[in-house]
Write a protein that binds this ligand. Structure first.
Ligand code: ZN
Length: 266
């Protein structure tokens, strides 16, 4: 069951995701709160909570896809599919692993990488993307796509899933990472390929909306209420009275007393 520690980071993560799935701040807050409340009724572990809540949030956004509404059209980020926005927030803001994202999206890890690359390249090439990040470069100028020149010792460059993206997403295990770092020191071509990918990567990162602190503080208060409702030991006497009055048998009893009182009086 959900214990004391629905962690602040988890609330912040869910607020970030909600904010990227609904452009309207109020609606995003409402949907995130509803999701938290619904998922807190499930008997799942604390670790599973965040992933479950994330997938519920995404499913909801998919059902209510609002991309064609006018405010969405002005922002290239919000013109993306809900799942694509989810993917970008998960990787750039939350720094979740491919493994975790794959579990939530119910796809293979390899697919997380290819989808991420496709959406990053797409987003960076959108007109209007430049205004927001302050940069005026487009993807062809960035030159992050296409196969890099290669020597026998270079890592293989897959144009749909380049090693440079995997490196920036910190998906290499420490041994592979050390190998790549050593290679990068010796190989100008690979270093340039990584720099070009980095430009695209951080260009995209600036286009992702972020939640400020107050965006999730009220969710924290709401989680406290949910937690309290589930654990009578944390109740104050006012909570206990409220819970007592909410019970249908209490309300029936009060009604009977009221009717009896009315009859006795007149
Ligand atoms: Zn190389």
């Amino acid at each position: 069951m959900l214990s004391d520690g629905m962690k602040t980071e988890d609330l912040r993560s869910l607020s970030q995701l909600g904010n990227a799935l609904w452009l309207d701040r109020e609606l995003s807050r409402k949907r995130t709160a509803e999701t938290l409340e619904a998922v807190s009724l499930l008997s799942i572990t604390e670790e599973a909570f965040l992933e479950k809540a994330s997938s519920v949030l995404l499913a909801r956004a998919n059902r209510e896809d609002l991309r064609l509404q006018a405010p969405f059209l002005g922002d290239p980020f919000f013109r993306l599919l809900p799942e694509e926005r989810f993917l970008l927030v998960a990787l750039h803001v939350e720094r979740w692993s491919y493994h975790r994202v794959a579990r939530i999206l119910q796809c293979a890890e390899e697919q997380v990488a290819t989808r991420a690359w496709k959406v990053r390249v797409h987003l960076a090439s959108q007109p209007g993307s430049a205004n927001k990040s302050g940069a005026s470069k487009s993807v062809p100028v960035l030159g992050a796509v296409g196969v890099a020149p290669r020597h026998p010792s270079c890592p293989e460059f897959h144009s749909l899933n380049p090693w440079t993206q995997r490196f920036l997403d910190e998906e290499y295990a420490s041994r592979e990472r050390v190998f790549l770092q050593n290679h990068l020191m010796a190989c100008d071509d690979c270093r340039h390929a990584l720099n070009r990918c980095g430009e695209l990567y951080y260009h995209v990162e600036k286009m992702i909306p972020r939640v400020e602190a107050e965006g999730f503080e009220d969710l924290g208060r709401m989680m406290d209420l949910i937690r309290k409702r589930k654990d009578p030991l944390l109740w104050t006497w006012q909570d206990a009275v409220r819970a007592f009055l909410r019970r249908p048998e209490t309300q029936l009893l009060l009604l009977v007393i009221l009717v009896w009182w009315a009859v006795a009086l007149f």
